[in-house]
Design a protein around this ligand. Sequence first.
Ligand code: GDP
Length: 440
Amino acid sequence: MFNNLSEKLDKAFHILKGHGKITEVNVAETLKEVRRALLDADVNFKIAKDFTTKVKDKAIGQNVLTTLQPGQLLVKLVKDELTELMGGEATGINLSGHPAVILMSGLQGSGKTTFSGKLANYLKTKKGKKPLLVACDIYRPAAINQLHVVGNQIGVDVYSEPENKNAVQIALNAIQHAKSNGFNVVIVDTAGRLAIDEEMMNEIANVHAAIKPQETLFVVDSMTGQDAVNTAKAFNDRLNFDGVILTKLDGDTRGGAAISIKSVVDKPIKFIGTGEKMEAIDVFYPSRMAERILGMGDVISLVERAQEQYNEEEARKIQKKIAKNEFGFDDFLAQIQQIKKMGNMKDLVGMIPGAGKALKDVEIEDDAFKHVEAIIHSMTPKERSKPSILDMKRKTRIAKGSGRKIEEVNQLLKQFDQMSKMMKMMQGPGGKNMMKMMGG
Ligand code: GDP
């Protein structure tokens, strides 16, 4: 996420770190580099200019040059200003209606249908809601099918009327259906076009006027940079929406949309999409995003994700198995599944302070465990629970079966053995001291 921008900002601050004595001249030089980095990230010219002017004024106001660590203070000022620019505080969504009605808007391909599913899944699993998804695209039957597929995947009902060509009517019928069947949130997915056109705008404005949603959300592909900002402006002029959803932040996004959109439409970014999976949705926290952009990582989000996956009962079971020396490859596979649920590897690594920069040239696969899993899947259940029975012949078979090299099989077995010994040690009588040593 935003690798390029992070790298350039880091370089900008290097100017300050390189000088023994910091002068007004190199503060100005740094800020010029910051501005250039923002422009490269496709941030609008005026926004980038205002940004550095504000930081500079604050730096002068706080007498940056006379402080003990002017470089650090300047980084902090930039971080604060970035946070402010992206909206300050996180903003939730309004779920006050009975049912609460959420209208989704945006261009075709922005990720509207995918996000509707993600939001339904989020409200169901995290907020205990009973959502209903509504397919309101009267032009593309494929879009209706897509929403049904998504609904099936997450176990959420989908309302559609494939024969009905009146979007307003479908939406109103859906709300009625929700009322009579105990749904407390209705998410209306509307038709999008490849570009803004009058007919589409009229249609969604009519639906908006008829259903009076508690929340109107505008979905935009963050990869489209300045275009994203222009589209947001056009939709906001017609719909006066309540919030923005930025999708595809997992890709090679330059960052311009995330940074500029709030100040152009004066509406907060509420959620972000970070992948194609239904779990790849995050509440947007401006300060955490600013920290990530500045390469400071996002430990809070990382811990939150780990906590979400933590299952006390499961943890106790694993502990017992370790104590009895029964921790096998099947348990190991289950642990890998837990980690995978936290998000893709690139994203997770980006949340560790400094890691993004340190590993910038390392190719991290989205599915980093693929090969390990293939090797384990090639073992018999008996071998998985007791890997010590594996002989050379079987190891060679496993390597063939999984399409990996024998060295990789050996390495995995060796690492697994070391890990098992280590875990056993942590559990044993000496373990308590070791835990203490590690601060536990
Ligand atoms: P719609 O036309 O606006 O409904 O867009 P879709 O929901 O069909 O999404 C268009 C494409 O973008 C699909 O291939 C999605 O899988 C993909 N997509 C949606 N959101 C994300 C995201 O956050 N990250 C990535 N990488 N792809 C996404």
